[in-house]
Design a protein around this ligand. Structure first.
Ligand SMILES: [Fe+2]
Length: 377
């Protein structure tokens, strides 16, 4: 239970949403801090002093802390930040500590209702920008790209009195450990994946092939293979209105096509997807992606979505209709490809079985699934 000098992840998120975080004090080491940190809808001052340097030497750094702002202290597990917040409080500062640190923050989720009919919820893993979608119809639940903390999805389904019957991974994820197989096994749901991405997998699955239709109650999902981010990535068109794109199209950009080590080939696939495969879909299609780059993409209701028309108008890649220009832009824009991503691909194929500590370690860091503009790369 959080005391008054400790704030929960939910409270921190509320403050971030209300732009009330005034000052962040991060006590993790420099590498961890550079890899990922808490970001808001607006930027705020951030001070990184590793705990090993700060504790016992507080007075050396004291001038760097504001007297007139609340200091939000954070560390990896919550101990150093609580101790340091107490130290700062004793010295007359207003400081609070994030409960259980980045450990708990990385497991914080929020669920927002996207639509009443069909009934769609978006589940947002705040720290990593991963989103799962939950569609409910006739007491059945269809889950797209479930996160690995599957008890949260099962708990939600139970809370609305519905049964999870269909679980889909839109593609072979590289940036996080999927909960797909685990969720299907725990609930008895059918598990779907495109066979190209599931090549070599140790588990059984229902083939999510281009053009198949899946009906639950009066809702119809139409599978559209949209290669690029991966060769087998498959979007789902719900009732001709909502398009669950996985990482093909995201709010600010597209999913990067190089995580399999074949950037040029997969970039070519993405070109065909954007300009040929999706050509017949109207601008009013509502896209629900599986990743966001930051909480800045959430609207006031907490939902991350856009229309296909918005993407066509605003996305750099949609403006590059010349094939060569499109490929060259991608090749010059690729961010780093972390080693951990290859391990997570293996874990998501069932080829390795990391324990909980290893899963946490693999998932450390900012989500790098999205393309970056050349100036950011
Ligand atoms: Fe992905």
């Amino acid at each position: 239970m959080a005391d008054k000098k400790t704030i929960s992840p939910a409270e921190l998120k509320r403050r971030l949403d209300e732009m009330k975080v005034e000052f962040l004090f991060d006590l993790r080491n420099e590498d961890e801090f550079k890899a990922w940190r808490i970001e808001g809808r607006e930027d705020f001052p951030v001070l990184n002093i590793p705990q090993i340097d700060f504790v016992g030497e507080e007075d050396r750094y004291i001038d760097q802390f504001p007297k007139d702002k609340e200091i939000n202290a954070v560390c990896a597990h919550g101990d150093s930040s609580r101790y340091s917040a107490e130290l700062l409080t004793e010295k007359g500062f207003n400081a609070v500590s994030l409960e259980d640190g980045m450990d708990l923050w990385s497991e914080y989720y929020e669920i927002h209702k996207v639509s009443d009919s069909p009934l769609i919820y978006q589940m947002y893993r705040t720290a990593r920008g991963c989103m799962s979608h939950i569609v409910v119809s006739g007491g059945e639940v269809f889950v797209i790209d479930p996160n690995r903390h599957v008890e949260k999805i099962i708990g939600f389904a139970n809370s609305i009195g519905a049964k999870i019957t269909h679980v889909i991974d839109s593609h072979l994820h590289a940036d996080h450990i999927s909960g797909g197989i685990d969720l299907a096994q725990k609930t008895g749901a059918q598990y779907f994946m495109n066979p190209i991405d599931a090549d070599g997998a140790t588990f059984t699955f229902v083939e999510l092939r281009d053009g198949i239709e899946i009906k639950i109650s009066d809702n119809n999902f139409f599978a559209i293979q949209t290669p690029g981010h991966t060769p087998g990535i498959t979007s789902l068109l719900l009732n001709g209105k909502y398009l669950f794109t996985g990482d093909t199209i995201m709010k600010t950009d597209m999913g990067r096509p190089d995580l399999g080590g074949k950037a040029e080939e997969w970039a070519g696939m993405l070109y065909n997807t954007l300009f040929k495969k999706l050509k017949s879909l109207g601008d009013d299609i509502i896209i629900l992606p599986s990743h966001a780059d930051s909480i800045k993409e959430q609207d006031k209701s907490g939902i991350v979505s856009l229309t296909l028309g918005e993407s066509r108008r605003k996305s750099k890649l949609f403006s590059l209709t010349d094939y060569k220009e499109f490929i060259n832009y991608i090749i010059s824009s690729l961010p780093e490809n972390p080693e951990s991503y290859q391990e997570m691909r293996k874990a998501n194929l069932g080829l390795i079985s990391p324990d909980e500590a290893k899963k946490k370690e693999l998932e450390i860091g900012k989500n790098l699934c999205v393309m970056k503009k050349p100036e950011q790369a």
